[in-house]
Design a protein around this ligand. Structure first.
Ligand code: HEC
Ligand code: HEC
Ligand code: HEC
Ligand code: HEC
Ligand code: HEC
Length: 329
């Protein structure tokens, strides 16, 4: 009983402290958090944001955007950073603007960082209406801009052009396929004051900052595979339902590999063919287009398996994208 009473007292004390802190920060114009939106030699670094946006930070730091400057391929392609024209998209200035491509001259190793996409006129701009009592930095809500493919198209110029040329109803945006949804609070924190600030929010559907390939859209399968008999031969057709080329991208060499395998009646697997789709070699499949390959099969084959994976030139890393098996009748 006494213990419970003490607990309530403690809770009340925390609340009073919080309210006092809130008032101080209001009166002082929130000077305590000014470094988050003020650009100077300390620069609003991503690690500042990590204090309260732990989940987003952890996703971003492992994403290609965080490596846009330090990537070995980029370093080599710019002759050890001597081509400064390239930095407007790989280490952009800490403000989001639809037209300028200015590069920043400090903390370039953060690549495409939080403030490159969110800071504008000393405010953090984002798509979601805040639900908490206060944000330590001013917030501006602009969901039209943040949920629009044009936002990504500022840097992903070629891919955005491909996407724009696709005429389809209910076409998905870049964000819908490359930033998977997750239900959580906008902020998380381990630090004492930050913890109190972020405690009062509601959970809502937010978007992960992984910027990778997300294959689980409820209403669309990115690829469709069919196998048909054509006389003595068989024809496999691969349809690309993505509203951009497979693979896409303006820079570097990305390779999408299509493996066609035969599943025997004794369950043994035999490789029939391997094809590489490479944009620079004009073998990429256009958006909403298809490619087909013809081959022969022995009569001990019960199904054809198609495995799609992607990799880059100078890298042994391979990522599986899709796999399907079509029975042969
Ligand atoms: C390449 C641009 C880009 C970078 C870099 C980026 N964001 Fe975002 N962020 C977005 C977009 C776009 C959305 C909105 C996605 C949507 O709702 O479709 C968003 C949403 C958010 C939201 C709203 C909640 C949510 O998850 O939807 C917060 C908060 C946020 N970002 C913080 C950060 C922080 C902190 C960092 C750095 C660790 C960061 N962002 C890096 C583009 C970016
Ligand atoms: C001391 C804690 C704290 C720090 C540090 C912090 N934020 Fe926030 N941020 C918040 C809170 C709290 C909100 C509002 C959440 C709510 O009320 O739902 C917020 C909201 C946002 C939003 C608005 C998203 C939207 O869609 O409305 C963006 C964008 C954002 N922060 C980006 C950043 C970036 C970038 C940094 C680093 C430069 C940063 N924040 C540092 C606590 C913090
Ligand atoms: C400020 C410029 C900029 C903006 C805005 C931007 N990107 Fe990027 N993005 C890059 C750069 C540069 C890379 C290459 C990083 C690397 O691989 O070294 C990249 C890489 C990627 C990749 C990985 C490509 C691969 O080969 O794996 C994806 C996916 C991606 N971005 C999606 C998005 C989406 C979705 C948006 C919009 C929410 C977006 N980007 C906005 C500059 C940007
Ligand atoms: C319907 C889902 C979908 C939409 C919409 C979408 N993408 Fe993709 N994206 C994918 C899939 C699946 C892949 C992997 C296959 C590939 O490489 O093309 C991919 C690959 C990529 C890659 C990496 C290329 C590679 O092959 O490694 C980049 C960069 C990219 N997308 C950017 C974008 C941008 C920018 C937009 C918006 C203009 C966008 N995507 C819209 C699903 C989508
Ligand atoms: C308009 C924005 C923009 C500019 C300017 C730009 N890039 Fe990129 N770069 C991107 C984007 C977006 C990606 C990732 C997707 C793609 O390839 O389209 C990328 C990816 C790359 C990659 C692949 C990185 C990796 O890790 O695989 C290399 C290499 C590269 N760029 C080199 C350069 C060079 C060299 C220049 C200057 C001549 C340059 N970029 C200028 C936007 C840009």
């Amino acid at each position: 009983m006494r213990h419970k009473h003490l607990k309530t007292r403690y809770k009340n004390f925390t609340w009073s402290l919080f309210i006092i802190l809130f008032m101080i920060s209001e009166i002082s114009g929130c000077k305590g958090f000014g470094h988050l939106t003020h650009i100077d030699m300390t620069y609003p670094k991503a690690s500042f944001c990590e204090d309260c946006h732990i989940d987003i930070y952890n996703e971003w730091v492992n994403s290609p955007h965080a490596k846009a400057f330090t990537s070995n391929t980029f370093r080599m392609a710019t002759h050890n950073y001597s081509f400064t024209d390239c930095l407007g998209c790989h280490a952009p200035e800490p403000t989001f603007s639809a037209t300028q491509f200015e590069s920043r001259n400090i903390f370039r190793e953060e690549g495409v960082t939080c403030t490159s996409c969110h800071l504008e006129e000393s405010k953090m701009v984002g798509p979601v209406k805040p639900t908490g009592m206060l944000a330590p930095h001013p917030v501006n809500v602009d969901d039209d801009r943040y949920r629009n493919s044009q936002f990504c198209g500022r840097c992903h110029e070629g891919t955005f052009k491909e996407w724009s040329d696709v005429k389809a109803e209910n076409k998905h945006t870049c964000q819908e396929c490359h930033m998977p949804p997750v239900k959580r609070k906008m902020t998380q924190s381990k630090k004492f004051i930050s913890k109190m600030i972020v405690a009062m929010e509601d959970e809502s559907v937010q978007k992960k900052h992984t910027f990778g390939i997300y294959m689980e859209l409820p209403d669309i399968a990115p690829f469709h595979v069919t196998v048909n008999r054509e006389g003595e031969l068989f024809k496999l057709v691969l349809e690309n339902n993505i509203p951009h080329a497979l693979p896409t991208g303006d820079f570097g060499i990305r390779i999408v590999t299509v493996d066609i395998l035969a599943v025997q009646t004794n369950n043994e697997i035999i490789r029939i063919k391997r094809f590489e789709l490479i944009k620079a070699l004009h073998t990429a499949i256009p958006p909403k287009g298809s490619a087909n390959w013809t081959f022969s099969l022995s009569n001990t084959v019960k199904a054809v398996r198609c495995v799609i994976s992607r990799s880059r030139v100078n890298s042994d890393k391979r990522e599986d994208l899709y796999q399907t098996e079509v029975p042969i009748i």
